[in-house]
Ligand binder design. Structure first.
Ligand code: URA
Length: 209
C-alpha cells in the first residue's frame, strides 16, 4: 500500500489557508501556489540519494555529499498542474517537464488522454505527477497509468489538497505510488468539488470563469 504524506510544515499550512480563502485574488493565489509548490518540493525530495565527493575548501580537503545524479521529471496534469511547476523547478532546475492532458468522456465518464508529451528518458527518471486537487482520483490515476504504459517506474503524486475518495482510488490502482499533499479535506460534494477545498484550482490560477 502506498503512503500518504501530509506535509504539515507551518509555512505550507499558513499559505494554504490563504490559497483556500475565496477573497484571495488571481495574482496572490498564483504566487501562493508557486511558494507552496517550492516548499512541498523541499519535503518531497528528502529521500533523494546522496553520494560522497571530495572537494577543496579554501582551507582544507573535505569529504562532502552531493545528490547522486538522480534525474527528475515533473509531469503536470493539464491545466491546473501547470501552476505548481515553476515552484518546483526553483529547487530542481534541471528537471525535465512532461505534460499529460485528459478530458472526461461525457458518456463513459472515464478520463481520456488528449495530450501526452514526455521526456524521452522517462524510464530512467524519478517522476513527480502534479495536480493541485486530488478529487475523485480519476485523472491522477489515469495519468499515472499513461506514464506506466510508457515505461515509467518510479512515480510520486503531489497535490495541494486531496479528498479521501481520491486517495483511496489512487492507492487501490497504484499501490506503488506515494502521495504527497498539504491537506486531506472532508469529502467531495455532488458537483465533484472538494469540501472545504479551494474551489476550481484551474480557474483560480488562470483567472478564468
Ligand atoms: N478540481 C478542482 O479544481 N477543485 C475541486 O474541488 C475538485 C477538482
Amino acid at each position: 500500500m502506498s503512503q500518504v504524506h501530509v506535509l504539515d510544515h507551518p509555512l505550507i499550512q499558513h499559505k494554504v489557508t490563504f490559497i483556500r480563502d475565496k477573497n484571495t485574488g488571481t495574482k496572490e493565489f498564483r504566487e501562493l501556489v508557486d511558494e507552496v509548490a517550492t516548499l512541498m518540493a523541499y519535503e518531497i525530495t528528502r529521500d533523494m540519494p546522496l553520494e560522497d565527493t571530495t572537494i577543496e575548501t579554501p582551507v582544507a580537503t573535505c569529504q562532502s555529499r552531493v545528490i547522486s545524479g538522480k534525474k527528475v521529471g515533473l509531469i503536470p496534469i493539464l491545466r491546473a498542474g501547470l501552476g505548481m511547476v515553476d515552484g518546483i523547478l526553483k529547487l530542481i532546475p534541471a528537471a525535465k517537464v512532461g505534460h499529460v492532458g485528459l478530458y472526461r468522456d461525457p458518456e463513459t465518464l472515464k478520463p481520456v488522454e488528449y495530450y501526452v508529451k514526455l521526456p524521452s528518458d522517462i524510464t530512467e527518471r524519478d517522476l513527480i505527477v502534479i495536480d493541485p486537487m486530488l478529487a475523485t482520483g480519476g485523472s491522477a490515476s489515469a495519468a499515472i497509468t499513461a506514464l506506466k504504459n510508457r515505461g515509467a517506474k518510479n512515480l510520486k503524486l503531489m497535490c495541494l489538497i486531496a479528498a479521501p475518495e481520491g486517495i483511496k482510488l489512487v492507492q487501490e490502482e497504484h499501490p506503488d505510488v506515494d502521495i504527497y499533499v498539504a491537506a486531506v479535506d472532508q469529502y467531495l460534494n455532488d458537483h465533484g468539488y472538494i469540501v472545504p477545498g479551494l474551489g476550481d484550482a484551474g480557474d483560480r490560477l488562470f483567472g478564468t470563469k
